[in-house]
Ligand binder design. Structure first.
Ligand code: SF4
Length: 371
């Protein structure tokens, strides 16, 4: 007797024949199409974990050199745990979302303290590590240990949404419940790590967000979105948050061949990194900007300055903000650095900045100073 589906998830779950065909075709396609990526040459859980954290919200091509440099500098969990946080952030510099690096470092210390330096195999123990959510735990456990754990990230979610022709928002709580159920149902019993990687690979290289390449897809006959001509409409586009423009200034305060730098504290953008005093500016007239810089730097650092010339302007984005960053030189006038906002400040020679982790724009300014 065929059971009657009672929930939306049950309507969406593919049947056994569909699953068998899907797994077989996906495995054959992955065997001939998988990209050769540095983290795929090993099943060392440390490398799998590191790559998964780096790949969050970051493109494969960007991650590759970072991954190789990081593993060369800190080749084991023990080495990462023993490293200074500043070294970890310096290796991460430019990759963004620095909280990932700090949590990776904290998690390595937990693994050394509580698991004798060996990456845990137990799902609950993995989920308790800083920075590891359901997806990352599933990816590490399936890829490194072949555990039967489903995964769901942007690429596999999009692929599954099209395969089952789900018209709702996969990121909603109902969508998330459904897709975890679908991801679990399609899993094979063996070679789970390869299967999960193949799902992500097909999503990121063929079933791409705009204009999926259905002619290169190994499973077009199984795809309900393609059958209905709905590939472009699924998944439903997310409402875009409007971007905001913002003007900021970075001030290079000079004192006897050194410049003032501040360490970003916990809870601020770029926590743990170093930066030049930076503030939002509102004035447009040059004299008014100078006043705003002098008052702002003194209020934020305790140091009185005499603003000098405009050195350069950089444009960059942080989350939804489009920032125009004007950079000014300034001369130190008086006062010891003292600030509740930035409790740690230093006077450094430009050459010393090379050893300090800086934001991307901070590094550009540091290089200008050295030149
Ligand atoms: S047929 Fe097209 S839309 Fe369907 S899974 Fe393949 S690439 Fe994606």
């Amino acid at each position: 007797m065929t059971s009657i589906p009672r929930t939306e998830a049950e309507y969406l779950l593919p049947d056994a024949a569909w699953r068998r065909t899907f797994r077989r075709r996906l495995a054959a396609w992955f065997a001939r199409s998988a990209r050769d990526l540095p983290w795929r040459r090993t099943r060392d859980p440390y490398c799998v974990w590191l790559s998964e954290i780096m790949l969050q919200q970051t493109q494969v091509a960007t991650v590759k050199p970072y991954f190789e440099r990081f593993v060369q500098a800190l080749p084991t969990i023990e080495a990462l745990a023993a490293a200074d946080e500043q070294q970890v952030l310096r290796l991460w510099e430019g990759l963004g979302y620095y909280r990932r690096a700090r949590q990776l470092h904290q998690a390595a210390r937990v693994i050394v303290a509580e698991h004798a330096g060996r990456f845990p195999r137990d799902r609950e123990a993995v989920r308790r590590l800083p920075g590891i959510g359901r997806y990352t735990a599933g990816a590490i456990l399936s890829i490194a240990f072949d555990a039967r754990e489903p995964i769901l990230e942007a690429n596999s979610t999009r692929l599954l949404a099209r395969l089952v022709a789900y018209r709702g928002d996969p990121a909603s709580s109902a969508g998330s419940r459904i897709f975890w159920a679908v991801a679990d149902t399609v899993l094979p019993r063996m070679n789970v790590g390869a299967f999960n990687q193949a799902l992500m690979e097909l999503g990121s290289t063929v079933c791409v967000p705009k204009a999926p390449r259905c002619d290169a897809c190994p499973v077009p006959v199984l795809c309900r979105a393609r059958a209905a001509g709905l590939q472009a409409a699924i998944p439903a586009p997310k409402p875009k948050r409007p971007t905001e423009t913002r003007r900021e200034a970075a001030v290079l305060v000079h004192r006897g061949g050194r410049v003032l730098v501040v360490q970003r504290p916990e809870g601020q953008r770029w926590a743990g990194l170093w930066d030049f005093p930076r503030l939002q500016i509102h004035a447009h007239d040059p004299a008014a900007i100078e006043r705003e810089l002098a008052e702002g730097v003194e209020r934020l650092t305790g140091v009185a300055i005499r603003p000098g010339g405009h050195r350069t302007t950089l444009r960059h984005g942080v989350t939804r903000f489009r920032i125009t960053l004007a950079c000014y030189d300034a001369e130190y006038v008086s006062g010891p650095p003292a600030s509740r906002r930035w409790p740690t400040m230093r006077w450094l020679r430009p050459g010393e900045l090379e050893a300090y982790p800086l934001s991307t724009t901070g590094r550009k300014l540091a290089r200008l100073l050295v030149r």
